[in-house]
Design a protein around this ligand. Structure first.
Ligand code: ADP
Ligand code: MG
Length: 674
């Protein structure tokens, strides 16, 4: 504030200075005071005036001293240029302040008007000689003497006045030097004041700029203040809202806490119930486990009663386009318990030989061959009905029993249909392999609840002409199994398990994975079929699933393989075959098949007869499957036969082979449990 007030005072000063510059105002400042302070001070000016007023004026003194009034018209008044400065100053200082503006003109017109210089203190001037002469008795023209007398008086008065004026002039001349000196001082002072004025103006400009800036800043601050105020207001509103919310939340929290306390009490009650239920559950789980064990024991006893080698016969239906067989070619006599029971009997009747009558012999009477198996599936049997009968056997693989299921029969009798399924991917015609795998996964999942955990590893190979080929090799990949690269070896030192070197052993955990493997195997077999002429029916295919189960609680561990084997066609050597290269190849194939199939029969016989030597090594098939054929294993053979009359001989042969197998009893199955 002090700064602003000082500025305001300084701002008034230039106006005064401007008047001084124009010459309308003359300031007479003592040089000593002017030098001590350059800034104008109002009080100082007034003081100076008072000083001047009080000070005796030399002119007045002089006039008073003479005691004579000189009419101005008679005086030779010096011009403005020669007029003593002190006189003008006195005139200007005696004039009122308001009317200072006229001083310049007053100073210049002073001479023109030739007004008499009068002072208040001076005595009234005496009547001028002319006036006196006029005012006195006007002398008649003829009174020359009187007139001369008057003139002499006037002349003497003028002489006196001239003397006075001369003296005054001398005085004034003596005063002129100091006055000029003072004028120079004042001029220097004036210059310094002008300089100061310039500086003051520059300062003023700067100050004005600063003032503008300050105004802008003030405005800015005011706006900021306004913003802040509105912000504070909105925050206050928010605070109010938050306080409201907080109260609301606090009341809700209180409610929730009450509910929580109720819930905690309910939870404690529930936990007590759960503990009781858990104890009950543990007791029941234990009981269930005992029951499960008993069920498995009974199931295996049943399997044992049925025999560790069982044979199922399946007759495929007559396919569209095939000749209808004689109605009594294959008969299915009802069992001892009537038609409601599954059939176990099958009769094959050899048709009478028509050629006998043609060549003049008596026609041979029809010969009937009766067979009895564990079960006989009629041509109309569905895939699911067949699987139902083998599901328990498959399941026993989870209990650690090695299981081996074969499909035996001539080409076209329905072996592949039984093992893999029909064409087109129809779920209704799915074969044993996909159904068995799905069943095992489903049972394993159920057994998880009882503490069992299972892992499954799948492999799929085929044996053609005593050569093993991996069917799970990726299409486009190297056929590693060619040239005898796939060999049967022990899984490791001290292990009794067998593996095929260079074959894929794929861990599987769901049926989709197994399906993709089966699809891959089908593709690989299809490639072989085009290149090797119905090669698939001339080879054995072995699908193997290694099952490992673990029960952590009971510290039990079981492993077992499930083998599902689609055997090569069992038809005998065709006597019509020539000695050409293709026929020679065919002959070789048939010999290899017959050899391996007869080896299989011999192995089963040897096992049945408990012979010391079992010829597993006589064929790759028996060598590979030896662990699933031994006394502790469970074996099932499907004998597939064609219903056609033209296949009678082969059907009879197959049934005879199967019948022999069926008569075999191989020890007592034992689970691989530890
Ligand atoms: P294999 O493998 O013994 O040579 P397939 O399984 O290839 O014989 O069967 C030959 C044909 O008979 C196939 O076309 C198959 O679909 C059909 N077939 C086999 N068994 C049945 C059946 N039970 N029901 C319907 N069709 C069957
Ligand atoms: Mg087949």
């Amino acid at each position: 504030m002090q700064r602003l007030t000082r500025r305001r005072r300084e701002l008034q000063w230039p106006q005064k200075l401007s008047l001084m510059e124009k010459g309308s105002l003359e300031l007479k400042m003592p040089s000593d005071k002017a030098s001590s302070s350059r800034l104008p001070v109002l009080g100082l000016g007034r003081k100076r005036r008072l000083d001047k007023e009080n000070a005796p004026e030399p002119e007045k003194k002089r006039i008073r001293g003479t005691g004579t009034t000189i009419p101005m018209s008679c005086l030779k008044v010096p011009t403005v240029a020669t007029m003593p400065r002190a006189k003008k100053q006195v005139t200007a200082q005696n004039a009122p302040l308001k009317s200072r503006a006229w001083h310049t003109t007053a100073a210049t017109t002073d001479v023109k008007s030739r007004k008499p210089i009068s002072t208040n203190s001076a005595p009234k001037p005496a009547v001028s000689p002319a006036k006196a002469r006029k005012g006195a008795n006007k002398r008649p023209a003829w009174d020359v003497k009187g007139q001369l007398c008057d003139l002499r008086k006037e002349f003497s008065a003028c002489q006196v006045q001239a003397e006075v004026l001369t003296r005054e002039n001398q005085e004034l001349r003596s005063q002129l030097g100091p006055a000029e000196q003072q004028a120079r001082i004042l001029e220097a002072e004036n210059k310094s004041l002008i300089r100061e004025l310039t500086e003051a103006r520059a300062q003023t400009k700067e100050d004005q700029l600063e003032l503008v800036k300050l105004h802008a800043r003030v405005q800015e601050l005011e706006e900021f203040l306004h913003t802040q105020e509105s912000l504070i207001q909105s925050m206050q509103e928010k605070q109010l809202q938050l306080q409201e919310d907080r109260r609301d939340l606090a009341s809700r929290l209180e409610t929730q806490e009450k509910q929580l306390q109720e819930s905690v009490a309910a939870l404690a009650k529930s936990q007590a119930e759960i503990t009781a239920q858990a104890a009950l559950l543990a007791e029941r789980t234990e009981h269930l486990y005992c029951l499960e064990m008993e069920r498995r024991h009974l199931l295996n006893q049943l399997q044992e009663l049925k025999g560790n080698i069982r044979v199922f016969c399946r007759v495929r239906p007559v396919l569209p386009g095939e000749p209808a067989p004689p109605p009594d070619l294959i008969l299915f006599p009802p069992g001892p318990h009537g038609a409601s029971e599954p059939s176990t009997q099958l009769s094959l009747t050899r048709p009478s030989d028509d050629r006998c009558s043609i060549i003049g012999k008596l026609p041979s009477s029809p010969v009937r061959y009766d067979f009895s198996f564990d079960q006989v599936f009629l041509p109309g049997s569905k895939q699911n009905e067949v699987f139902e009968e083998v599901s328990l056997l498959v399941q026993s693989a989870l209990d650690g029993y090695p299981v081996c299921i074969f499909a035996y029969g001539q080409t076209g009798s329905g072996k592949t249909f039984t093992m893999e399924g029909g064409p087109g991917g129809d779920p209704q015609v799915e074969g044993l392999i996909p159904r068995a795998v799905r069943h095992l996964f489903s049972i394993a999942k159920k057994l998880e609840a009882q503490g069992w955990s299972y892992t499954f590893v799948a492999s799929y190979v085929e044996i053609y002409n005593e050569t093993i080929r991996d069917l799970l090799v990726r299409v486009g990949g190297a056929q590693k199994c060619q040239g005898g690269e796939c060999e049967i070896r022990l899984a490791g030192p001290g292990s009794k398990d067998l593996i095929v070197t260079n074959a894929q052993y794929v861990p599987v955990s769901c049926e989709e994975e197994v399906e993709s493997l089966l699809h891959l195997a089908r593709q690989n077999r299809a490639v072989a079929r085009t290149t090797q002429n119905e090669h698939s029916s001339r080879s054995h295919s072995v699908f193997q699933l290694q099952i490992s189960g673990k029960h952590v609680g009971q510290n039990l561990h079981c492993t077992a393989p499930l083998n599902l084997v689609d055997l090569a066609g069992s038809e005998r050597l065709d006597p019509r075959l020539s000695t050409g290269p293709a026929d020679r190849e065919r002959l070789k194939e048939t010999q290899a098949i017959n050899s391996s199939l007869s080896t299989l029969g011999l192995v089963i016989m040897a096992l049945s007869n408990k012979e010391a030597h079992v010829p597993y090594r006589n064929s790759k098939l028996t060598y590979l499957l030896q662990n699933s054929l031994r006394g502790n294993a469970k074996m099932l053979m499907f004998v597939n036969i064609s219903p056609l009359e033209e296949n009678f001989s082969e059907s009879l042969n197959s049934l005879r082979f199967a019948s022999k197998v069926n008569q075999c009893v191989i020890g007592t199955a034992r689970a691989n449990k530890k």
